[in-house]
Design a binder for this molecule. Structure first.
Ligand code: BGC
Length: 756
């Protein structure tokens, strides 16, 4: 068959139009149909008929909390070969997988990555994940997750960047650029997916999938910005979220998808539903039956149906009966084809099992077999390790993670660690003779990965115990005791106790909400036992969410918050404990003192009776403080920084202008360190009430002891824009305060005006 759309010289819209003009309705619907775990033997007829547009590879059973067998290049090629060579039009499939925080090289969970306040490292992590995933035959990842999360009971807070729209937007941009690069056709690039659009993180009670109530202004000013940033960065796809907002499931929302995302934001890629969400419109009570669910989803702008199978079953009939406009189907298919063309799938549909990237042809028909999941040719350096390498199921040979990938994972993990407490500078540890190591994470391997780690390998991980032993001088006695009662006995004789506690990854991520954010059962009791003899107690907390740590805040000597730090996590933690690295992570989310304070976030709106200086000394709770235990942006280092001399380039800014805001920072401690200086702004009075503080910029600055440096932030009038009373978005004249400081509660202050 003559296939003019295969001519790469033709402009993309023309290629799409040529192909679209040739397709039958059945084939169009096929492009909109995504199935799970396609194989060349079970779905060969459907593939031959052009009935499948995409497959994802993931087991639905534990929603990202259980590893599966992994993808195999040869298996994927075998599927692709049927679609490309045996179907009438030869449209390649797009293969997807949840590569959420790394593929084989597991980086910290996204919330930990956000704690690094380091967009460059986040971008590099995405780049490495893309490189490894592309080598395994994948074209598309379902990340970054851009949901603003203000409720740590919600297990999926682990997968995003926390509570702040600005930090979330900067990291969204970094991640999208990291996965996609400048051109999706380039080797080692994959399509990203901004998810879950929109409001999913606002689930009532922190219960996953739950309903949300989000005012229209909050939706635009808080929940939308990271998605808008991802669209500006050229994200190829967007996933609609499971939740409803004020009665309308996003999957069926014309206003949110077709009008706002595709219309106003100008998103030209395609929108995929979340897993089975088209069918779930029935459970939502938003559609009476499957056909109606399909109609409403297509009308809303869901271009691809993830695994519900309902487009496949009902869409053609709905179009033929005139109940769904055929133009909507064309629009969806055009979008899907656009991304397939942009990925270069028509030119290079296959992946070289030898690690040579995507290729145009496979030599001969190969049966799906055991693949090797190789890394790209460059950088194939193996790491000497004392950990036994066991080939995981489905792989024929153990392959090491390239050293440069490990170095990146180490750097990001190190920067993600947040030192919350350090009484009398107990850290870094100085010449202890005897250390007791305890807690369930002391010997953890895959537990260091965190939720949604489908492709990490246990054999790649060093434990905290191993890393500590390797780093400590031989004469230091390290005793690891996992039984709490035994640990208490040994702890008595130690110079320092390191307790590696927290929550197992199974407790965070999808469908894993918790009713309280207390430490999991038993751990506090064990810690209290260890405290009994006054030996310095250093607690390293591994978790997928902020946990409430009031007892630790009062009684531990040091608290290092490690999140789930990934494959290089143990080395990173040990580097910080021993002072090879100074901790520089900062909280991307407020840490409540206790569950009852939720939701608590720094960028709340003021009230008529502000907490600060208000009734009862500013406390509204009768049974405890209102404030967070640790505020947004907070984190200690091994040195201290002084902020001084706030300077504004002008005391006023035009409504289309900009100003520069600077401050001087001095390292006033005895060791080198890195500070994350943060710029906050408050709009004092406007047509609608504005948050008490909003992050508008941040900068990492490294200073030697005694050294001073300057941070400069460029603040544009557009950074001050918000949804005004009349619904338009823009800045309003008036007075503003600004702060540069180390967290959301401290800083040196200034002000400026935007004249009318
Ligand atoms: C999750 C998504 C994920 C998808 C595919 C869903 O259950 O909500 O985040 O990308 O499954 O695995």
């Amino acid at each position: 068959m003559n296939r003019p759309w295969l001519d790469p010289q033709l402009p993309e819209p023309e290629r799409i139009q040529l192909l679209l003009g040739t397709m039958t309705l059945r084939e169009k619907v096929g492009q909109m149909h995504q199935i799970a775990n396609v194989t060349s033997t079970s779905q060969d007829e459907e593939l031959r008929a052009g009935g499948i547009g995409s497959s994802l590879f993931a087991s639905g059973a534990w929603a990202g909390n259980q590893q599966d067998a992994g993808v195999r290049v040869e298996g994927l090629n075998a599927v692709q070969r049927i679609a490309v060579e045996e179907s009438p039009l030869g449209i390649p499939l797009i293969f997807a997988r949840d590569v959420i925080h790394g593929f084989r090289t597991v980086f910290p969970i996204p919330l930990g990555q956000a704690a690094a306040w380091d967009p460059e490292s986040v971008g590099r992590a995405a780049e490495i994940a893309a490189l490894e995933a592309a080598a395994a035959g994948l074209h598309w990842t379902f990340t970054p997750m851009l949901d603003i999360a203000r409720d740590p009971r919600w297990g999926r807070i682990a997968e995003g960047s926390g509570e702040d729209p600005h930090l979330g937007s900067i990291l969204a941009t970094a991640a999208v650029r990291g996965y996609q690069g400048d051109d999706l056709r380039d080797e080692g690039r994959i399509a990203a997916c901004a998810k879950h659009y929109i409001g999913y993180g606002a689930a009532e009670g922190g219960r996953d999938y739950n309903s949300t109530q989000i005012g229209p202004r909050t939706l635009r000013d808080v929940y939308l910005p990271p998605f808008a940033a991802a669209v500006r960065a050229g994200v190829a796809t967007v996933m609609a979220s499971f939740n409803e907002i004020d009665g309308i499931p996003v999957t069926g929302s014309h206003e949110l998808i077709r009008d706002l995302l595709k219309g106003e934001l100008g998103f030209d890629g395609f929108v995929v539903s979340d897993w089975g969400a088209v069918g779930e419109l029935i459970a939502h009570g938003f559609a009476a039956d499957a056909a109606e669910a399909v109609r409403k989803s297509v009308e809303a702008g869901i271009d691809m149906d993830m695994v519900s199978g309902l487009y496949d079953r009902h869409l053609a009939a709905e179009v033929e009966a005139g109940r769904v406009d055929a133009a909507l189907v064309d629009d969806a298919v055009r979008r899907i084809l656009r991304i397939k063309f942009r990925l270069g799938l028509f030119e290079r549909p296959y992946t070289d099992p030898g690690g040579g990237g995507r290729i145009g042809a496979i030599p001969a028909r190969r049966e799906p077999g055991i693949g090797t999941m190789p890394f790209p040719g460059r950088d194939r350096v193996s790491r000497p390790t004392n950990v036994q390498q066991t080939p995981p199921a489905g792989m024929t040979q153990p392959i090491s993670i390239p050293e440069s990938h490990r170095a990146r994972a180490r750097r990001l993990a190190t920067r993600s660690l947040v030192l919350l407490k350090n009484t009398d500078s107990v850290l870094p540890l100085r010449t202890p003779k005897r250390i007791l190591l305890t807690g369930a994470f002391a010997r953890a391997r895959t537990e260091l990965f965190g939720t949604w780690t489908l492709d990490g390998q246990e054999s790649d991980v060093t434990t905290i115990e191993e890393a500590l032993r390797a780093a400590l001088p031989a004469e230091v006695k390290l005793e690891t005791k996992l039984f709490p009662d035994e640990a208490v006995v040994y702890g008595r004789y130690a110079d320092a106790i390191i307790a590696c506690i927290g929550e197992h990854p199974i407790r965070s991520g999808e469908a894993n909400s918790t009713g309280t954010i207390d430490l999991p059962p038993g751990q506090l009791e064990a810690l209290k036992g260890l405290r009994a003899y006054g030996v310095p107690l250093i607690v390293v907390v591994f978790a997928g969410r902020p946990l409430a740590l009031p007892w630790l805040a009062d009684h531990a000597d040091a608290i290092l918050y490690a999140w789930h730090p990934g494959v290089e996590g143990a080395g990173a933690v040990v580097d910080v404990l021993l002072g090879n690295e100074s901790p520089s992570g900062r909280l991307p989310v407020s840490f409540p003192r206790r569950t009852g304070q939720i939701p608590i976030y720094y960028n709340h709106r003021p009230t008529g009776r502000p907490v600060e200086g208000g009734l009862r000394g500013g406390n509204r709770y009768c049974d405890g403080p209102d404030t967070p235990l640790y505020p947004f942006g907070f984190g200690l280092g091994y040195t201290t920084f002084e902020y001084s001399d706030l300077r504004l380039s002008s005391a006023s800014m035009r409504t289309d202008g900009e100003i520069e805001i600077r401050a001087t920072l001095r390292n006033s401690g005895a060791v080198a360190g890195e500070e994350v200086a943060q710029l906050y702004v408050r709009d004092l009075a406007a047509s609608v009430s504005r948050p008490v503080k909003e992050l508008k910029g941040f900068a990492r600055i490294a200073l030697a002891p005694g050294e001073s440096g300057e941070v400069t932030f460029r603040l544009l009038a557009t950074d001050l824009a918000f949804s005004r009373l009349d619904g338009s978005v823009g800045v309003e004249p008036g007075g503003f305060r600004c702060w540069i400081g180390p967290d959301a509660t401290r800083g040196i202050e200034g002000g400026f005006d935007v004249p009318g």
